[in-house]
Design a binder for this molecule. Structure first.
Ligand SMILES: *[C@@H]1O[C@H](CO)[C@@H](O)[C@H](O)[C@H]1NC(C)=O
Ligand SMILES: *[C@@H]1O[C@H](CO)[C@@H](O)[C@H](O)[C@H]1NC(C)=O
Ligand SMILES: *[C@@H]1O[C@H](CO)[C@@H](O)[C@H](O)[C@H]1NC(C)=O
Length: 498
């Protein structure tokens, strides 16, 4: 996401293109992919071919999709981002691409001089910075833009002439969050961004889309503009109100997280936080999820994750992906939707080139993985891909509502229902009752951690001797005992002393 202190935009890939713009929807296949190697990409899940050291930098990851732009059309693969609102592409002359010789940027770059329809509309007016410190600057331009077989003749986009990111993004957030609005401090500079332009061009009926990221172990999901697919979720689709910012503007997909429970075969715990109700942004451009530290520490204690000061990350033995436990995230009060996120969605590879292992402590000898729930110091907190994969999420930017349901992993069926008109509510969704109760502050208690034993039991079944004990007080979330040494492809070894 744009302009926040915590997270990461990611490096996956994309290709599948499915088009269906005859009945008021446009579907765009997205594929999970590894970040291409480049000087600025940081390793994330399944980064087996990357030769980079993870220091304490945020990992890059994400969902990418293919599109075409210019006349004649040039092919590019762009990252989908609900946390920002501009489309931008790396200029083929940008140093990050040109430095790679004729090969250029792996996911493509745009050569404006080869497009007869290219037109600069704002010289040096494009300037965006992302949460992980990366950025892109250059001109705003208009050109033809094609996605999923749908063509927009006059799409305003940013040209990344100075950038340290080797691939472009498709920001599908609120137009009010466009980079130009931030730099001019004026709402009058808003232009129709992708979802708005699709409505203007009558490709879809409402400024709305649905996101199905699918399983961590599956390579593809989809974004459906203008409709929902009732075969991609199970149970009820419930709609809740998006929170406005302090100026009463809707700028990001901020919703109130009002409860979190941990459940395993040994029981269930209600986790509490001084921060409830917690404003969280649903951000597909962020790999991990970030909660307030008091709550994140309870989550870590349930599963036996430990915070590594060296990596500035909570880490966990990789075999915990077999854990039978799950977390249930509740939104918009006691009658709002609840989304279960199981442990196999929360244990991510740190790197595959030379498995990092714990070198001391209770987990000695075990492979270390990144945990999907991290901590952050201040609002807004983020629910990124580690949460979003378990949910089917409908973004309604006209009524300022989010539809949430449990995802149907690996569904191959489809039943698409278009929004019938511009202000129509999310189809097939029921509104959450008593959302005013979302503002209640629950009392803060210490969980009994009855679920904890069940989280770790069975996860390391083939390794009983060395199986990690349930998190014990002596292990300590402050992590004083955790010493890890990590061996990466480059041969660099972190000091294993502490
Ligand atoms: C293209 O879009 C821009 C920005 O929305 C607008 O100012 C311009 O008039 C449009 N041009 C055409 C030919 O429609
Ligand atoms: C979905 O498919 C992937 C890849 O085939 C598989 O690894 C995963 O276990 C499947 N998930 C579920 C929930 O069936
Ligand atoms: C996360 O928690 C750890 C352990 O309590 C703490 O040292 C660190 O400063 C926290 N990070 C943030 C960003 O709050």
């Amino acid at each position: 996401m744009k302009g926040h202190g915590a997270a990461a935009i990611g490096g996956l890939l994309a290709t599948l293109v499915l088009a269906d713009n005859t009945d008021g929807v446009v579907q765009w296949g997205i594929q999970q992919r590894q970040a291409p190697p480049s000087s600025t990409t940081r390793i994330r899940r399944r980064a087996s071919t990357f030769e980079e050291v993870i220091s304490n930098q945020e990992a890059r990851g994400g969902y990418f999709a293919s599109c075409r732009m210019g006349t004649p059309a040039q092919d590019l693969t762009l990252q989908l981002d609900t946390g920002s609102s501009d489309i931008w592409v790396p200029d083929s002359q940008a140093r990050v691409c040109a430095a790679r010789g004729t090969q250029g940027c792996d996911l493509g770059s745009f050569n404006p001089s080869r497009s007869s329809t290219f037109e600069v509309v704002g010289r040096n007016e494009f300037d965006i910075s992302y949460v992980d410190g990366s950025s892109s600057q250059g001109d705003y331009f208009t050109d033809v833009f094609e996605i999923g077989g749908a063509t927009l003749q006059n799409m305003t986009m940013g040209l990344g002439q100075q950038t340290d990111i080797a691939y472009g993004l498709v920001g599908v957030g609120y137009a009010v969050n466009e980079a130009i609005v931030g730099s001019t401090q004026s709402l009058s500079s808003i232009y129709p961004n992708l979802p708005v332009n699709m409505v203007n061009e009558k490709l879809i009926n409402s400024v709305a889309y649905s996101l199905w990221l699918n399983d961590l172990d599956s390579s593809s999901g989809s974004i459906l503009f203008g409709g929902i697919d009732t075969e991609k979720y199970v149970g009820d689709l419930t709609r809740i109100d998006i929170l406005a910012n302090s100026q009463n503007l809707y700028t990001s997909f901020l919703v109130p997280l009002t409860s979190l429970t941990a459940t395993s075969p040994s029981g269930s715990d209600t986790l509490t936080s001084r921060q409830f109700p917690i404003p969280v942004v649903l951000d597909s451009g962020t790999t991990l999820s970030y909660l307030p530290t008091d709550l994140a520490m309870q989550v870590w204690k349930e599963v036996g994750a430990v915070y590594s000061p060296e990596l500035q990350l909570a880490i966990i033995p990789c075999d915990m992906q077999n854990s039978k436990g799950y977390f249930s995230f509740g939104f918009a009060g006691p009658n709002g939707p609840k989304i279960k996120v199981s442990m196999d969605e929360l244990v991510l590879d740190l790197a595959t080139s030379g498995a990092p292992t714990f070198s001391a402590g209770a987990y000695r000898g075990k492979a270390a993985c990144e945990f999907g729930i991290q901590n952050f110091t201040s609002a807004p907190y983020l629910l990124g891909d580690t949460f979003l994969r378990s949910a089917y999420v409908v973004y309604d930017l006209v009524n300022n509502q989010i539809g949430l349901a449990a995802t149907d992993f690996n569904s191959t069926k489809s039943n698409i229902v278009a929004f019938p008109s511009l202000s129509a509510p999310i189809p097939s969704a029921t509104v959450a009752q008593d959302q005013s109760e979302a503002t209640n502050k629950p009392s803060v208690t210490t969980p009994a951690y009855v679920a904890s034993a069940g989280f770790t039991k069975g996860a390391a079944a083939d390794d009983k001797e060395n199986a990690a004990p349930g998190p014990s007080p002596s292990l300590g979330l402050a992590c004083a005992l955790v010493v890890i040494s990590m061996l990466f492809g480059s041969g660099q070894v972190f000091p294993a002393s502490r």
